[in-house]
Design a protein around this ligand. Sequence first.
Ligand code: ADP
Length: 405
Amino acid sequence: MKPVNPNILTINGGSSSIKFALFEFGDSLQRVRSGVIDRIGFPDATLHVKGVTPADNVSRAIVASDHTSDHASNHTKAVEIFMDWLEEHCGRDALTAVGHRIVHGGPTYSQPQRITPEMLEELRRISPFDPEHLPQEIRLAEALHHRFPDLPQIACFDTAFHHDLPRVAQILPIPRRYEAQGVRRYGFHGLSYAFLMEELAHLDGTAAAQGRVILAHLGNGASLAAVHHGKPVDTSMGFTPIAGVPMSTRSGDLDPGLLGYLARTEHMSVAQFNEMVHFQSGLLGISETSGDIRDLLDREQQDVRAAEAIALFCYQVKKWIGAFSAALGGVDTLVFAGGIGENSPIVRSRICSGLGFLEIELNEEKNMLNADVISLKTSRVSVRVIPTNEALTIAKSMCHVLNLR
Ligand code: ADP
């Protein structure tokens, strides 16, 4: 089917930001605009749009009309402003479809598919799986449907990549009955991992992509995945995206005994614990200053807390690389992606130091340049930096679902 209008929009709706990208498709998919509404819930929330030329660029402050500090109404306002921009710049009829990154597909959904009222109902039902993301994602899809009722919307699930993890990597060691409710290891960052695997095959050939691959998506949210024969073997995140390595403000893995200890000694509630492990932990928690690795690198010489936060992050990522090498029976390719993975040579270098026993050896000159391949020629393991592109994975899936190309 040839579309009437060659524009599709991808949306990644988080709790404090909405990222989006507009693609035109002809012979290939071309990103013509990208944007973000960031700092939703703060007085300085802003819409930023970047186009092909500077004239297309937009920055617009978002002021909650009712001057409320309520996060949900701020989010609704941000969505309205985003839809106004969409209407102004694309027109009501100019879009062929919208594709959403949906963080959690639960036990029911893995394949990209059209959003229906039944799907939204099921996502609402499983919202307790991921209360930090799913309610906002549902609201966003509903708001778009309300404003553009004829516009097809496609859901692309961040859990999909890991859907067929081996049983041993899926099962959580708690009473078996919970599995029937869908409590298992799901894994996240799947849209990024799908892109990275496709790109690895493109850059280094199918044989490399079929080998033993460790993918490290290191951004504000961070996780690793082990892949062999192109199939998922294990991943560091779990039932929710708080698990695994420490992140910007998320704790990563913790001793389960901690909740009981804090409840007994500080009368900490589940809601307070949840707030702590999502928003006050990780790099921010340890450094007490920032969850942004650039800030911490800037002050690590003067501030031991910043130095310890970075050291813990690098140590934990290194440990997961070791664990996944064991799971895979060795490693052939290690890929760094995400804001930190793509841009921070010093962090990559610290992660890889001491991994010579796995035959992971960096070429520090190439590493400093964020080159495509950053390992030594003599290193048996090929270490790569691949800029990830989750929006493109969504756009491609949309074309597939809607049979657009
Ligand atoms: P998100 O998970 O929100 O998409 P990103 O992938 O944008 O996060 O990653 C954000 C992280 O990347 C931050 O810790 C930031 O400091 C880091 N980062 C971004 N650019 C650079 C850079 N040039 N050098 C070092 N770190 C960077």
